[in-house]
Design a protein around this ligand. Structure first.
Ligand SMILES: Cc1cc2nc3c(=O)[nH]c(=O)nc-3n(C[C@H](O)[C@H](O)[C@H](O)COP(=O)(O)O)c2cc1C
Length: 370
């Protein structure tokens, strides 16, 4: 029954949803996707028709978490609406679905990283914020940390029975330079989830959001990382903490950051966030994901893994950047990652991408043995 309904869901996606989404502008396609996800949140029976099988495809332990499969939906999809103020966000919690996809995406796609949430709500950048290059399998975005803020997100998620494995990504506050203040912000944001009884499988600190106009370069100094990691690990208690880094740092900066993560009890590093660049034929700055990021993110994983091994560190590595199929997944796992996160693959291959990528990888392994 489950397999038959999943087949029906795939047929519906290919025949109806995919052509609609690809006919729309990327911003509109994104809004449509979230509207559909939000609708399915309210119709759990429908979300279950589309749901991935409950049987884990390939159990994987990474960064203190056991996942049913090594492919996770990356931060940025299930992150919620933007608001001007905390009061506005909190008052919307009882009235509307402020985090569309909270139920349907974990059911359909497997493990998900929610967020990134900042301490206070943010409306994000105005104008066009998303681009896609279908032939080059690349996405670009300048969403700019649009989210309801940690108080409303925590309040909302505390009311929902989330079915599945999920992490919560908390981002630094773009306007804040002082490491002590930044550490206090992130710890306070994490504390709000804990105080509301929301227990994710992991927290990720997003040190690396390059797309806000207030902090386009997303500074990741060791002083900032030390202060933020120490405060976060302490506040997260028994929940493992991961940290997400940018793809455009210098080699020695990665080495120093990994040392900071190891020294502060961070369990995994997510490599990487999007690659800063210019949207083709415009002068707009945005972050690239998908194939344009692939080689760069993979080389960061290789670098981090080499340092980890040389220094006998215990921080695990989660790859993120341009994973589109089982071959890409294998490349990341061979490079030393234990799991990967995907965003662009969902755009180009749809909601079944995490399952399909895992199955393709398992096929490759089987072929290798025969
Ligand atoms: C629209 C959009 C929003 C994103 N928002 C976030 C975010 O809030 N936090 C974060 O850590 N990464 C965010 N990302 C980055 C992704 O999580 C991921 O690191 C990046 O897209 C690279 O993966 P990919 O090559 O599979 O797309 C976002 C990406 C996109 C396309």
């Amino acid at each position: 029954m489950a397999a038959a309904s999943r087949r029906l869901a795939r047929a519906l996606y290919s025949a109806v949803a995919k052509p609609l989404l690809f006919a729309a502008y990327p911003d509109d396609a994104h809004k449509l996707t979230l509207r559909a996800a939000g609708l399915m949140d309210r119709l759990p029976w429908l979300a279950r028709v589309f749901a991935q099988e409950e049987q884990p495809l390939r159990p994987t332990t990474v960064g203190g978490v056991t996942l049913p499969q090594p492919v996770i939906v990356a931060a940025g999809l299930v992150k919620g609406q933007g608001f001007e103020t905390e009061d506005a966000a909190l008052s919307a919690v009882g009235r509307s679905n402020v985090i569309p996809g909270w139920r349907s995406i974990p059911l359909m796609c497997g493990p998900v990283e929610f967020g990134s949430f900042t301490l206070a709500p943010r409306v994000g950048n105005a104008g066009t914020v998303l681009w896609r290059d279908v032939n080059g399998l690349t996405t670009m975005n300048r969403v700019g940390l649009k989210n309801p803020g940690s108080a409303a997100a925590a309040e909302f998620l505390s009311r929902q029975p989330i079915d599945g494995t999920f992490g919560i990504s908390v981002a630094t506050t773009p306007e804040v330079d002082d490491p002590t203040v930044q550490a206090a912000h992130v710890a306070q944001a994490i504390g709000r989830f804990i105080e509301e009884g929301v227990r994710p499988d992991w927290f990720t600190v997003n040190l690396s959001c390059p797309n806000t106009e207030q902090d386009p370069t997303a500074t990741q100094t060791t002083a900032l990382a030390s202060a933020v990691c120490a405060a976060t690990v302490e506040r997260a208690g028994t929940v493992p903490v991961w940290v997400k880094v940018s793809p455009d740092l210098g080699d020695t900066q990665y080495d120093s950051l990994l040392e900071v993560f190891e020294d502060n009890g961070v369990r995994a590093v997510v490599a990487t966030n999007t690659l800063p660049g210019i949207v083709p034929s415009t002068d707009i700055r945005a972050g690239a994901g998908g194939k344009r990021l692939y080689e760069r993110a993979l080389s960061v994983v290789l670098r981090l893994y080499a340092v980890r091994e040389r220094r006998s560190y215990s921080v695990d590595i989660v790859g993120c950047g341009g994973v589109m199929n089982g071959v890409d997944l294998r490349a990341y796992l061979d490079a030393g990652a234990l799991a990967v996160q995907v965003w662009s693959a969902l755009v180009f291959r749809g909601p079944f991408a995490p399952e399909d990528i895992t199955r393709e990888y398992l096929e490759i392994l089987k072929e290798g043995q025969s």
